[in-house]
Design a protein around this ligand. Structure first.
Ligand code: ADP
Length: 322
């Protein structure tokens, strides 16, 4: 691990996941009896902040929490992971973000998200954190908070020469505006998101490579497409390489993408090549897939290094397609 941890600022959502396992997901008007309520911290922004901190970065998380027990528990959790929460603002008027999740015996789920305070993260909140953003090695963004806020944060980073990494989830109706794409350095969609952003259907490696090329033409200089159990694909102006998956017994892939994003951010901030950063990110994603839940499944730096050391080094190879 480098002597000086990379500085990463994450701007994004904080949720509490309330999960009930039930034999089947009830249709409208029906009640089912399920197992005990499981409460766990989640939200893409918070997952990525926690993952980056566990993987060795010095992390500042910019978010809005509600003035309620969920918000207090979430903040305490971030602080246990060593995250700077000075810019996790407590909103006096909105509840904390919550995801209500039903999981049935087949592993199928149904989810309703109440964004609460996340929907009120504002450009002014970003201005309050501007000093931290300008001092960072890398800014990490996703799209569970207002797009205007995301765009504002990206512009502040861009103007200060700070690398901007956007995980474009969820893809907004109407896609991503050109003015946002223009201030993104690294775009990290999964293959469904890459397809939606390019108005194509998800397909094989060659299809993902074509989508990555189309996205590169819109501004980012690096596009990394994750492909679940098939691994990932890294594309820049010199071409595309495929990143093989690390074979694991997947239990729950919740937050695998968030672990990947955070690990990619840490690797790039530590000045690894994009291919090597993505290869190591695939290991972090695979590790997160071996455990249940969002933040509880995120690996530590020691675990990540041990897993990488124990895995046969599978090399990168040129991606299929043109
Ligand atoms: P998302 O959760 O955003 O849809 P993916 O499912 O593509 O993201 O997973 C992100 C990364 O995590 C993948 O690129 C891969 O490296 C790793 N990963 C996810 N699922 C598995 C799996 N079943 N086996 C091995 N690696 C996995």
């Amino acid at each position: 691990m480098p002597a000086k941890p990379p500085r990463i600022v994450v701007v994004g959502s904080a949720n509490t996941d309330l999960v009930v396992r039930c034999p089947r997901i009830p249709p409208p008007g029906e009640t089912v009896l399920g197992g005990d309520l499981l409460q766990a911290p989640g939200g893409k922004g918070a997952n990525q902040a926690v993952a980056a901190a566990r993987l060795g970065a010095a992390v500042t998380f910019v978010a809005r929490l509600g003035a309620d027990a969920f918000g207090a528990a979430a903040r305490a959790g971030y602080e246990r992971d060593g995250i700077d929460t000075a810019h996790c603002r407590t909103d006096p008027a909105a509840p904390s973000g919550v995801a209500l999740i039903l999981v049935d015996d087949a592993g199928e789920n149904a989810i309703a998200v109440a964004p609460g305070a996340n929907a009120r993260l504002s450009p002014a909140d970003i201005d309050a954190a501007a000093t931290a953003i300008r001092a960072a090695d890398l800014l990490v963004l996703q799209l569970e908070v207002p797009l205007a806020t995301v765009a504002h944060a990206a512009r502040i980073a861009r103007n200060a020469g700070v690398t901007v990494l956007l995980d474009p989830a969820p893809v907004p109706d109407g896609g991503l505006p050109d003015e946002v794409m223009a201030v993104v350095d690294v775009l990290k969609p999964n293959e469904a998101e890459a397809a939606r952003l390019t108005g194509t259907a998800p397909g094989d490696e060659a299809v993902a490579a074509a989508a990555a090329r189309a996205l590169l033409a819109r501004g980012p200089h690096l596009v990394v497409v994750t492909r679940g159990a098939a691994g990932a694909l890294v594309a820049d102006r010199d071409g595309a390489v495929a990143v093989p998956p690390f074979p694991v017994a997947a239990v729950d892939t919740t937050a695998a993408g968030d672990a990947f994003t955070a690990a990619l951010a840490v690797g790039l901030a530590e000045r690894q090549t994009p291919g090597e950063a993505a290869r190591r990110a695939a290991a972090a994603g695979a590790l997160a897939a071996t455990r249940a839940g969002a933040q509880p499944s995120l690996p530590s730096r020691a675990e990540w290094e041990a897993f990488l050391a124990a895995s046969a080094v599978s090399g990168l190879r040129p991606a299929a397609g043109r």
